[in-house]
Design a protein around this ligand. Structure first.
Ligand code: RB5
Length: 140
């Protein structure tokens, strides 16, 4: 699977590890940066991944990344701290970006979150109409 990933300075260390983890699983990973843990503004990196339309973002909490990415049309970014929420965000909400916490969630939990996010299909059925209503909100 093609997966775009980025972080800010607070998520940089985990992002590096998660890139290696995803590559080892055979994914085609696009690393949108940054290349160091120098201080940066997370909306700049959220925008890069959001414009790729699917991916992984890591900042201190994941909250700012999700908020910024959700400003881009077509994005349903979710700030997830448990694997179960990752499954539900795919199954019920057809989330296309997972925003992780690099400061408050261990990297092994974030790996499990990524596994769940990538492995879970959208549930369709009763959820499809609700996701269509989210999309309709973009039309104003
Ligand atoms: C950076 O200090 C921090 O604000 C950022 O990584 C993120 O947690 C914002 O939501």
């Amino acid at each position: 699977m093609k997966i775009s990933i980025a972080s800010d300075h607070a998520g940089f260390e985990q992002k590096q590890g998660l890139v290696d983890y995803l590559v080892a699983q055979g994914h085609d990973v696009i690393d949108r940066g940054p290349d160091s843990d120098e201080r940066v503004d997370y909306p700049d990196y959220a925008a890069l991944v959001a414009r790729d339309v699917a991916g992984v973002l890591v900042c201190g909490t994941g909250i700012g990344m999700a908020a910024a990415a959700n400003k881009v049309r077509g994005i349903r970014a979710v700030n997830v701290v448990t694997p179960r929420f990752a499954e539900l965000s795919r199954e019920h909400n057809d989330a296309n970006i997972v925003a992780l916490s690099g400061r408050f969630v261990d990297v092994d939990v974030n790996r499990a979150i990524l596994d769940a996010f990538l492995a879970t299909p959208f549930g369709e059925g009763r959820h499809a109409g609700r996701v269509e209503k989210i999309k309709a909100l973009e039309e104003g």
